[in-house]
Design a protein around this ligand. Structure first.
Ligand SMILES: Nc1ncnc2c1ncn2[C@@H]1O[C@H](COP(=O)(O)OP(=O)(O)O)[C@@H](O)[C@H]1O
Ligand SMILES: [Mg+2]
Length: 365
């Protein structure tokens, strides 16, 4: 068992407040990813959980016990960093064994625990080597091995794959997901990479400027982003935002005129929106198709095979991206029409808050 509750965590460095009151309830055996742009406070929050940094205020509760005043070693937590922090003069075996040596564990126990970790991480053949003789991915696995032997209640990872090349990052994502299943432990993983967040997390915490923008499953964030920030952060290529003017609201939803003249009635709860208000309509590139709708000129066409990522410019000069079929009969410089299904649209008010969608495809009750 290892639940983690963060209660109103704030953090200031001097006069700069970098965490603005974080409340999170993380379940036992959950894989939670903290994602957000550089500088939003991800590492600071993780270091506060680990006890490497003191919160300015708030409580950290693990399995119902307030650990806010405990030293890092007494929290039952283990952290893996982006820089592997291995000892270059020690073998892989001794690097993994290091925390057990510190605990002065008997030699037979050390051997058993290191062997188990090496088996999980497929490092059995490498135990006699020094870190300098390993690839980046293998070094990161050694760092994870050192974490595993401590048998922590909660694993913390701070951008552990950022130093690896793209192909290896993809492989390691799969391995870490497998590791999570094998160890059945609570894990918190920090990254600025939304693909890592979407692929590995049970639930994602989107952080922005020291605040939780949204906490939910990957598909909740994709289909029901609560804010403009989450909407444009989650999903590749990014969601398009088209300025629009409210024409009116009624039982069927919100009628708008998009920049360029297209009129749509969108099935959202319009709240206090009124005629003349300026809003933004969010359209994911994959929710467009060739047809009647928005008119625009193809600027750059990327044929990826299965899909054609189509970068367009509207008559008013705005950028718009469409993800069209791989063999779509279009060319750079051509003017095309893009059809949009109102049910796929997201609407954001002037404060960037979403108007709740009435019928989102995958999650409709
Ligand atoms: N020890 C520190 N002293 C002063 N400011 C810090 C310190 N650590 C982090 N910060 C600031 O806190 C903010 C959040 O940093 P950090 O948690 O490292 O962000 P992230 O991991 O999301 O990139 C940044 O503005 C950073 O400059
Ligand atoms: Mg960081």
């Amino acid at each position: 068992m290892a639940t983690l509750n963060l209660q109103n965590i704030t953090k200031s460095f001097g006069t700069a407040q970098v965490l603005q009151g974080i409340d999170l309830a993380i379940k036992d055996k959950e894989f939670v990813v903290f994602v957000g742009p550089s500088g939003c406070g991800k590492s600071t929050l993780l270091r506060i959980v680990a006890g490497l940094e003191l919160a300015t205020s708030g409580q950290i509760v693990i399995d119902g016990t307030d650990v806010s005043a405990l030293a890092p070693v007494d929290r039952g937590i283990s952290m893996v960093f982006q820089s592997y922090a291995l000892y270059p003069h020690l073998t892989v075996f001794e690097n993994i064994a290091f925390p057990l040596r510190v605990q002065k564990l008997p030699e037979t126990d050390v051997r058993a625990k290191v062997a188990k970790a090496a088996e999980i991480l497929q490092l059995g053949e490498k135990l006699h080597l020094k870190p300098g003789q390993l690839s980046g991915g293998q070094r990161q696995r050694v760092a994870i091995g050192r974490s595993i032997v401590r048998n922590p209640k909660i694993f913390l990872f701070d951008e552990p794959l950022s130093n690896l090349d793209a192909a290896l990052r993809g492989d390691m994502r799969v391995e870490l997901s497998q590791l999570h299943r094998d160890l059945a432990a609570t894990m918190i993983y920090v990254t600025h990479d939304q693909i890592e967040a979407m692929t590995m997390a049970h639930r994602i915490v989107v952080l922005n400027a020291g605040r939780v923008e949204q906490f939910g499953t990957p598909m909740e964030l994709y289909h029901h982003p609560a804010t403009r920030f989450v909407a444009t952060f989650i999903g590749q290529p990014n969601m398009n935002l088209v300025p629009a003017t409210v024409l009116g609201t009624d039982a069927t939803g919100l009628s708008v005129e998009l920049e360029g003249g297209l009129r749509l009635t969108l099935p959202v709860d319009a709240g206090r929106a009124k005629t003349g208000d300026r809003v933004e309509v969010g359209v994911r590139p994959e929710n467009t198709a060739l047809g009647d709708g928005l008119s625009m000129k193809v600027r750059v066409l990327e044929r990826l095979g299965g899909v054609s990522i189509t970068y367009c410019v509207t008559p008013s000069g705005a950028r718009f991206c469409a993800s069209l079929p791989g063999d779509a009969a279009i060319a750079e410089g051509q003017t095309i029409g893009l059809a949009i299904n109102p049910a796929d649209c997201h609407v954001f008010d002037a404060n960037g808050r979403v108007m709740r969608r009435r019928m989102a495809p995958a999650l409709a009750a």
